[in-house]
Ligand binder design. Structure first.
Ligand SMILES: [Zn+2]
Length: 705
């Protein structure tokens, strides 16, 4: 049973910058935070999930100038785009604010006064490059020049991509402003600094002993920063700057990284204003230092320094509650490499939504996230195979194979004997919950999918489709079997609800009403009506992945699209273009003319069936063979040796639905008995071997006619 005491939990994701669109790399964070939040809400805790657009800084100012409009207009457009992307992926904030808000300005002022009162602010002259034409001080990224160490040309103002040296922009040889092309001048300006070294002792304690940080992060901080005095933190920028002017330092603005984390407080304040309560309900601490609520920050590993040193220092100085956990994740790679525009793997949220179901990405990320700081790889082949096998083949299939038989009768009035299946999965509820709590969503998904496997094995053994054909005397048994299956499906939907909110909603629509509590996984439903079945999930087709990559590549209008496809796939274009006018090459038919005419009787002698690959392994001694085990439905399994080694990775074949010749005479081969043949397309050349897949919804055992 869940912990009976409700917790108060405030959760944040890092604030996306208003200078660009959300992409799949960003979504690693927002999806995992949303899963955590939905899980905690399902467990009955009081949770508020907050975020905001990070709007200030030179980059926004420069971009607004280039686009000939105000920063506010730019920021408003980007906010609308961000909100649409998040909604598309079902990332459900309780409040989404903006750092350019009245609440944020006021709270920045309060934190600033606290820092001043503790005498933590000092002023110093800083020499910085200034663009006399654009009239702005130049951030490091807006200066290019020759590396002072290795003399490589065209390097940024902070570091050299050739030799890796880091330096101050003023050290660059022949520097040029990327804004105007002007030669920058070195100018002196006053900057304000926070002397966080004064909080060194506190930060050493908090990072190492509070339990808020993963030990790897704590060690990193101890090894890189805390072993020596902490450098003063430069928190101001001279005008012109898009941000908040510092009240007691006219002409100076808070640096964007000062006001961004205060955005967490501002978003809380705005949420409280709309829903009741005060900021103190969430961010205060009692005299013993105990926080009013749990605070969980989800961040990427690139902004650890800000969230584990500066931010706690500011909170400490202001006497506010400190984070309970800073949950740090790694970066996204696609097919094992950095996201790349030219490879088409720099994929925007919007582009993904145009081609694929957001639920599939949510599930895949969940299945890969184990709560550590390692990078997450989106391998697109594995993605396709995994979501098809798990979401479509295991989970949705449970309902699609059985729900329709309950439409006339509803669920059985008492829960039938299921051999202990429901109780076994209910007993795993706390282990699944513990994995969610720890951020080890991968472990949670593994336990859930094992339960799904047991449920599918039950259906395969009970063969309800045979009961359905057996007539009235089998009706009771059919209702019992289908009632068990549908209950096991709904139980999985409860466990998966944090990851797959839409599937959970569909499960509720089908039977039992909305899923509102984790406890619903503990008790089977009886005697309830069952709604007409609506398909729950569609397979991800390789053609959709290809189209997604193509849409993410920079446009190359000079190159005909069919040529691009041919080169990337090493074969004829996939059939994602519905147009009948597409010109297909004549080569395959010329290379292999049609066979002699046959009759329909000849054709029906060959029994072609839909089959699901349940196991695949390489035959080490054979150059071309994979050993496949296919399911024809129920407990009918066949071993087939297929000459597709080198064209298909065995790991990605499991779960695929294919076509087999089911009545081929068995053949004894050197490696074992082959009991059929998997149907595949191939040409005379080396284009490849292409397995056939039916439309989604086709069930193993269905005959081709
Ligand atoms: Zn260099």
């Amino acid at each position: 049973m869940p912990d009976p005491r409700p917790r108060r939990i405030l959760v944040t994701s890092a604030l996306p910058y208003a200078n660009g669109h959300i992409h799949l790399g960003h979504l690693v964070e927002y999806i995992q935070t949303d899963i955590f939040v939905r899980f905690q809400k399902l467990r009955g805790h009081a949770v508020v999930y907050l975020c905001a657009d990070d709007t200030h800084g030179t980059a926004i100012m420069i971009r607004a100038r280039a686009e000939g409009r105000s920063e506010q207009e730019l920021v408003a457009d980007m906010r609308a785009a961000h909100l649409a992307d998040f909604a598309g992926f079902q990332v459900a904030f309780d409040h989404y604010g903006s750092t350019d808000s009245d609440a944020n300005r006021r709270l920045c002022g309060e934190l600033w006064r606290a820092l001043r009162a503790k005498d933590l602010v000092v002023s110093r002259e800083v020499r910085q490059l200034y663009d006399p034409e654009a009239g702005v001080f130049l951030a490091d990224r807006f200066v290019k020049g020759t590396c002072p160490k290795c003399r490589a040309a065209d390097q940024y103002g902070d570091s050299c991509e050739q030799c890796g040296a880091t330096y101050a922009p003023a050290e660059l040889i022949d520097p040029v402003s990327t804004l105007s092309g002007a030669v920058p001048e070195v100018r002196s300006a006053e900057h304000l600094f926070v002397t966080i070294e004064a909080l060194h002792g506190f930060l050493a304690d908090w990072t190492q002993a509070s339990g808020a940080l993963d030990p790897r992060i704590a060690n990193y901080l101890a090894g890189h920063f805390l072993g020596e005095p902490l450098r003063d933190w430069d928190v101001s920028r001279p005008a012109p700057y898009f941000g908040f002017e510092i009240p007691d330092a006219p002409g100076h603005f808070w640096y964007v990284w000062f006001d961004a984390p205060v955005g967490y407080l501002a978003a809380t304040d705005e949420w409280c204003a709309a829903h009741g309560g005060r900021l103190d309900d969430w961010w205060s601490r009692d005299p013993a230092g105990r926080p009013a609520a749990e605070i969980h920050h989800f961040i990427g590993k690139d902004i650890v320094y800000f969230h584990t040193l500066f931010w706690p220092a500011m909170l400490e100085a202001a006497g506010l509650a400190l984070p309970t956990k800073v949950r740090v994740h790694g970066f996204l790679t696609v097919n094992g490499q950095k996201m790349s525009k030219s490879r088409g793997t720099f994929i925007l949220a919007r582009t993904y939504l145009d081609h694929l179901d957001p639920a599939m990405l949510r599930y895949y990320y969940a299945a890969k996230l184990s709560g550590g700081i390692d990078d997450l790889d989106l391998n697109l082949e594995e993605f396709t195979a995994k979501v098809n096998a798990d979401i479509v083949g295991k989970v949705a299939n449970l309902a699609s194979r059985t729900a329709r038989w309950l439409e006339p009768t509803g669920l059985a009035a008492t829960y039938p004997d299921d051999g202990g299946l429901f109780a076994a999965a209910a007993a795993e509820g706390e282990a699944i919950a513990a994995a969610y709590e720890a951020g080890d969503f991968a472990r949670a998904m593994r336990i859930v999918m094992q339960a799904a496997d047991r449920a599918n094995a039950y259906i395969d053994a009970e063969q309800p489709w045979k009961l359905a054909k057996a007539g009235p005397e089998a009706a009771g048994r059919l209702q019992a079997v289908a009632s068990v299956a549908l209950n096991l499906f709904r139980q999985l939907a409860v466990y998966l609800a944090p990851v797959l909110p839409r599937l959970a909603q569909q499960a509720g629509d089908l039977v039992g009403g909305p899923i509102r509590s984790w406890d619903e996984s503990a008790t089977p439903l009886v005697g309830l009506p069952v709604a007409a079945f609506v398909p729950l999930a569609r397979r991800v087709e390789p053609a959709a992945i290809e189209a997604l990559l193509a849409a993410s590549r920079p446009a190359e209008p000079s190159e005909p699209i069919s040529k691009t496809r041919t080169t990337t796939q090493g074969g004829p274009p996939m059939t994602d273009t519905p147009q009948g006018s597409a010109t297909d090459p004549a080569t395959p038919l010329e290379a292999e003319p049609l066979a002699a005419e046959c009759t329909i009787d000849d054709f029906t002698k060959v029994d072609l069936r839909v089959a699901r690959i349940v196991a695949a392994e390489e035959v080490a001694e054979a150059k071309k063979l994979l050993k496949l085990t296919v399911s024809l439905g129920g407990d009918v399994r066949r071993t087939v040796f297929a000459g597709i080694k080198g064209f298909h990775d065995p790991a990605t074949l499991v779960g695929r639905v294919v076509v087999v010749v089911a009545n081929l005479a068995p053949r004894q081969m050197k490696f074992g008995l082959s009991e059929g043949m998997v149907v595949a397309a191939s040409g005379a050349g080396a284009e490849g071997v292409f397995l056939l897949s039916p439309d989604s919804g086709a069930l193993p055992g269905m005959r081709l006619r």
